[in-house]
Each structure stands twice: as structure tokens, then as C-alpha cells.
Design a protein around this ligand. Structure first.
Ligand SMILES: Cc1ncc(C[n+]2csc(CCOP(=O)(O)OP(=O)(O)O)c2C)c(N)n1
Length: 205
């Protein structure tokens, strides 16, 4: 795809999700989305994946969704991170967890490391066309896919999307924040993962 897309502010898009989530949902966020989620307030069932190995968020979400089928698991991934683990799209649809929602916050750049265009975005590509994440999700086997570029449209639809039977793929066209800082780690990953497991297993949704 060429040309500029409409983009909503990522913080606003995530504020909408923050208001729509249930207390017993697990929310896994990566990169810039993790930064914004911590601004909005991360609860005990939330995993802002910082620091993280890029690409792992959908796979972690898949594991939790399969282990806890009665609980909704919502992953908010970056487009750069998504490109590093496209295979997770196929793993998710192979397992078909009805309780997993994968949200791709697509800003077209690796924002946290200085807003370089991602390998999938038009400015970085020899032919000047961006890769089609919606088409990739469909080809990987997602039956339910949505795309929003406008905050009001997303806000109107988020409730029904989260309630629908998954697995669900949602592409949000979001804007990068120029000069923004990366997320600060809320603490070492190991102990936080153990703490999350304790909360998840003690309080089944
Ligand atoms: C395996 C791996 N390689 C590189 C990095 C360094 N790194 C951290 S954030 C980031 C960019 C992430 O881009 P994207 O997923 O699009 O999220 P955004 O920063 O735009 O929110 C990179 C390259 C990393 N954390 N892990």
C-alpha cells in the first residue's frame, strides 16, 4: 500500500482499551504500547513486557490463553515486533484460542529505538509499498480481522470486538510520538513473570 494513512494517537487508542478491559483480562503490551500502558495504569494481571526480546508478546499471550481458556488475553504488539515473529500468527490460528485478541499497534516505525521505518513500511522498501498486515493475518488463518485508523471508530467497536469469539486480529493505525522516550522497566522480568502466574492461577476469571 502506498500513500499516508490516517493515524490515531496511540495513547488515546490504548486509553480506550484500558476503559473497555475487564479486571480479569490479561493484557500483555510490548515496546511503545507497554510505555503507554504503564502511564494509563497496569494492573496485577498485566504484563508490560519491558525489557523484552522483540516478537515474544503474541507467543506469551498464546500460552496464557491456552492455559486459561476461561480468561480473555489481549496482546498489544508493535509492528516491528510483529515482523520479528510473523510465525506466531500461524501458531495462534493453529491452536485457535477463542479467548485471544491480538492487537497490532502499527506506527510504521521502530519508535523506541529512534523511529526508524520498519522493514514493512513504505519508506524502507525498494518498491515503496508497505506490507499488508491485514492480508497476512487473513492468510495465516485469522477469520476475524479488524482495522481502525480513527479513534472514535475504535472506541465504538472495542466492546463488541473484545466480547466476540476469537482468535481475533485488530490492526490499529497509530502515530509515533516524535522524540518520545522508551518505557522504563518496572523490574526484572523473571520475578514479574512469577508474580503474574501467581495472580493468574489464584484468581481464575
Ligand atoms: C530481539 C530484539 N532485537 C532488538 C531489540 C531492540 N529494540 C527494542 S524496541 C525496538 C523497536 C520496536 O519497534 P516496534 O515493535 O514497532 O514498537 P514501537 O517501538 O514502534 O512501539 C527494538 C529494535 C529488542 N528489544 N529485541
Amino acid at each position: 500500500m502506498t500513500g499516508s494513512v490516517e493515524r490515531m494517537p496511540q495513547l488515546e487508542a490504548l486509553r480506550t482499551l484500558h476503559a473497555a478491559r475487564r479486571a480479569d483480562d490479561v493484557i500483555i503490551t510490548s515496546m511503545g504500547a507497554a510505555r503507554d500502558w504503564m502511564v494509563l495504569g497496569a494492573g496485577p494481571l498485566d504484563l508490560p513486557l519491558v525489557p523484552s526480546s522483540m516478537g515474544t508478546a503474541p507467543s506469551i499471550g498464546l500460552g496464557i490463553a491456552l492455559a486459561q481458556p476461561q480468561r480473555r488475553v489481549i496482546v498489544v504488539n508493535g509492528d516491528g515486533a510483529m515482523l520479528m515473529n510473523l510465525g506466531s500468527l500461524v501458531s495462534i490460528t493453529a491452536a485457535g484460542p477463542a479467548n485471544l485478541i491480538l492487537i497490532l499497534a502499527d506506527n510504521g516505525v521502530y519508535e523506541i529505538t529512534g523511529a526508524q521505518p520498519t522493514a514493512g513500511s513504505a519508506p524502507a522498501r525498494a518498491d515503496g509499498t508497505s506490507v499488508a498486515f491485514m492480508g497476512m493475518a487473513r492468510a495465516a488463518g485469522f477469520r476475524t480481522v479488524h482495522r481502525f485508523s480513527n479513534a472514535a471508530d475504535w472506541a465504538r467497536s472495542v466492546g463488541s470486538i473484545l466480547s466476540a469469539t476469537g482468535p481475533t486480529f485488530v490492526l490499529l493505525d497509530v502515530g509515533a510520538v516524535p522524540g518520545s522516550k522508551g518505557p522504563r522497566s518496572p523490574g526484572p522480568a523473571g520475578p514479574r513473570a512469577i508474580e503474574l502466574r501467581r495472580h493468574i492461577t489464584q484468581d481464575p476469571g
